[in-house]
Design a protein around this ligand. Structure first.
Ligand SMILES: [Zn+2]
Length: 302
């Protein structure tokens, strides 16, 4: 199973267009030891020339161009065969509009997320201009499904439906369908990868699941719980935003320190997070704890 990190940043990427925090400002001035990051996006492949996207980021166009594996073959045929949505936020669905060119592919999502995308937002009808353009396939939580040689086990994470969803659609929607975590392996028997880019807390049951995984892409959005409070206009802590912080009591560094046989990679790193700075104390702490920080272009084979 091949994994390509097309984007490793949180919403807005790094640097973020309207942000002049220490990280963003120093990056623009050429005084930052670290790379720019587009918004979180992973591509997975178990079969030659067949690729599955985990969500569809707004940065999908440059991300595809930056990854040779995803370049079209023949005259007009992308190797992207399906997209798996783990939620319905803009950062997870806007890229669907980027790949609207009469290209056939499947989109896997829970039924409420499918309805939010296709019924709440008429713009997404561009994905249904011709028969069989995009085929929506409903995900049932805790029911394994397969796509192009990948076996995917979706499970529910605490989280909310997008704020823009119309109340009408949410009336009978199961809250457990709002945000998913994924365990992915190849049907030919690769190791298992866990995909958890947005998660508000770490339960013992989750740690048990992760201990059987070879690799985990985990929520690296914020360093501390209070970090977002320093961003003008934001009044919620990291946990209140659905992101367990990296550091501190109950943070991912502490809670996951017992996972000795799992390769641990922080993904979805916000532009304010000091671990983006390769010279920072925080980055050293993360590295010494055995964690990696994902970067755009990172390739992993399992
Ligand atoms: Zn910033």
């Amino acid at each position: 199973m091949r994994l390509r990190v097309l984007g490793s940043g949180a919403g807005g990427g790094f640097p973020q267009w309207n942000c002049a925090c220490s990280n963003c400002a120093r990056f623009r001035e050429g005084r930052f030891a670290g790379s720019a990051r587009t918004q979180a996006q992973i591509a997975v492949s178990a079969e030659r020339n067949n690729w599955v996207l985990l969500n569809a980021s707004p940065d999908l166009h440059p991300q595809i161009e930056a990854c040779r594996d995803l370049w079209p073959e023949g005259r007009r045929q992308s190797p992207i065969r399906s997209v798996i949505l783990t939620g319905g936020e803009i950062d997870q669905i806007a890229g669907l509009l980027v790949i609207r060119e009469f290209q056939q592919f499947d989109v896997f999502a829970t039924a409420p997320i499918r309805r939010i995308v296709t019924e709440d937002n008429s713009m997404f009808r561009v994905l249904a201009r011709v028969a069989n353009q995009v085929t929506w396939r409903d995900i049932t939580v805790d029911r394994t499904f397969e796509t192009h040689g990948l076996r995917v086990e979706p499970f529910s994470l605490p989280g909310k439906f997008p704020l823009f969803a119309s109340p009408r659609l949410l009336e009978d929607a199961n809250p457990g369908d709002a945000v998913l975590g994924l365990l992915i392996s190849s049907t030919s028997g690769s190791g298992t990868m866990a995909y958890l880019p947005g998660i508000g807390s770490i339960t013992d049951a989750l740690l048990e699941r992760l201990s059987a995984c070879k690799l985990v892409f985990f929520d690296g959005t914020f360093w501390t719980d209070e970090e977002p409070l320093g961003i003008p206009g934001i009044t919620r802590t990291a946990r209140q935003m659905g992101h367990v912080p990296v550091s501190g009591e109950g943070g991912s560094l502490e809670r996951m320190s017992g996972l000795k046989n799992t390769r641990k990679v922080y993904l979805h790193v916000n532009n304010t997070n000091p671990i983006l700075d390769e010279d920072s104390r925080e980055r050293r702490i993360v590295a010494e704890a055995g964690w990696e920080v994902a970067w755009d272009g990172m390739e992993i084979d399992l």
